[in-house]
Design a protein around this ligand. Structure first.
Ligand code: ADP
Length: 159
């Protein structure tokens, strides 16, 4: 089914993201997970750290590559040769923003299709921001992010 791109901030990657990436990897021949360098949000982890964490947790997925980009997503998709954008949907609250992005990306590049995947029920409450908040407040993020990410979060909030 071609080459799909899974874009996001991944600050840091959670089990919710991993669920979408794993499922996309069974549907598409190739998947590129693309870390967005978005200056508007102040990230906890650098682009390099976010990319590294994704490489670690996706290492067993043979058809998944990790990249990062600045600028327009559709341009990056074109550079990679990807024709599908995969986004995860958790709740209705995600929908309006995602709809706007999908319409705008189609306007910019009609040959790139956006596909939505419903989150696994057990991940529907999960976001990178809530994970960071819990870690900052000293709570356990076990079951929310992979072990290697847990370790990095611990180091980061201790700094
Ligand atoms: P962005 O800042 O672009 O929304 P995120 O890293 O928050 O980046 O999310 C990347 C993608 O993963 C988005 O499509 C988002 O909807 C999806 N996603 C985030 N958390 C979850 C989750 N718990 N379950 C499923 N999809 C998720």
């Amino acid at each position: 089914m071609g080459h799909a791109i899974v874009p996001g901030s991944f600050d840091p990657v959670t089990f919710g993201h991993l669920d979408i990436i794993q499922r996309a990897s069974t549907i598409f021949d190739r998947v590129t997970v693309a870390v967005v360098a978005n200056r508007a949000k102040a990230p906890l982890f650098s682009i390099e750290e976010r990319t590294e964490m994704l490489r670690e947790v996706c290492s067993d997925l043979g058809n998944v590559a990790i990249g990062s980009f600045e600028g327009l997503l559709v341009e990056y998709a074109r550079e990679c040769g990807a024709t599908v954008i995969v986004r995860g949907l958790r709740a209705v609250s995600d929908f309006e923003y995602e709809l706007q992005m999908a319409h705008m990306n189609r306007h910019l590049s009609p040959d790139v299709e956006t596909v939505f995947m419903m989150t696994g029920t057990e991940h529907s409450y999960l976001s990178s921001s809530i994970v960071k908040e819990i870690a900052r407040l000293g709570g356990s993020v076990e079951g929310l992010v992979p072990k290697s990410v847990r370790e990095r979060l611990r180091q980061k909030v201790a700094q």
